[in-house]
Design a protein around this ligand. Sequence first.
Ligand SMILES: NC(=O)c1ccc[n+]([C@@H]2O[C@H](COP(=O)([O-])OP(=O)(O)OC[C@H]3O[C@@H](n4cnc5c(N)ncnc54)[C@H](O)[C@@H]3O)[C@@H](O)[C@H]2O)c1
Length: 271
Amino acid sequence: MQGLVQGKVALITGAGSGVGRAAVLLFCEHGAKVIAADIDGASAQETASLARAAGGEAVAVACNVADPTSVDAAVAQAVESFGRLDVVYNNAGITISPVPGKGLRSLVECDPEEMKRVEDVNINGVVYGCQAAIRQFDRQGEAGLGRGGVIVSTASVAGLMGYGGVLYGATKGAVVQLTRALAIEVADRGIRVNAVCPAGMLTHYAGMNPDSEHRDRILEGMGKAHPLGKAIDPRDTASAALFLASDLAGNITGVNLPVDGGLSAGRKTGG
Ligand SMILES: NC(=O)c1ccc[n+]([C@@H]2O[C@H](COP(=O)([O-])OP(=O)(O)OC[C@H]3O[C@@H](n4cnc5c(N)ncnc54)[C@H](O)[C@@H]3O)[C@@H](O)[C@H]2O)c1
């Protein structure tokens, strides 16, 4: 059976954990050759090993998305390993640390240094990923290797509505708007640009522990926040990214697709 991204070369960032790891495994299952990139090189290696053990083609690279030179090197690694690049999935992201024992940090409690770090990874990290992808897609077009390519980013439902941390939501709102504006800018070069907007998932994000002994209870609580009543799994988000990366979405660009069990659609009234 042909996979949804059969033979395509995909660079996936934040690949060492959560959504990124789920995406590497899913893209490989669907026939992609994947560069698994993460600032934590060892976790990227682990993801690539898991993908290869399942029969996929994956290479790991240590990459800090907040450093444009590092992002360019990851793209160069994709070309060296697999000869070209078809998809960049800008998934790496971080959030403001919670207040111990209290939870979400309010805007006035945020430290300027930490704010800059989060902005650098969540906004500039996506910008650098887009720049590197577009340059490589254009080089391939000029070399007669086929025009266009696909960019997918992980924004958040926090970029679509007031939800969770304020500063974090602002960075994801920037990704949402970048997705729309960039989609228009590069559409005539055959490049599609979309994002997925998940609601809360139990990953290592924000210091959570997906292996917690209370996992089932936490997931039940998370699910209650959504109209569909189920917690969002990292694979749900990876599946939406896979669809957007695939030719099934060949006429879709500039879209920020919620993966939120209906959360951002509104609230039931009456009854
Ligand atoms: N988990 C949630 O509740 C949630 C909700 C909405 C959106 N998101 C977004 O989903 C994406 C994936 O997060 P996750 O939940 O899988 O979290 P995670 O912490 O499990 O995984 C994030 C990965 O990104 C890597 N990373 C961090 N900084 C990096 C950098 N500068 N360069 C390269 N890699 C870096 C980490 O090492 C880690 O492996 C993020 O963009 C996050 O903002 C998460």
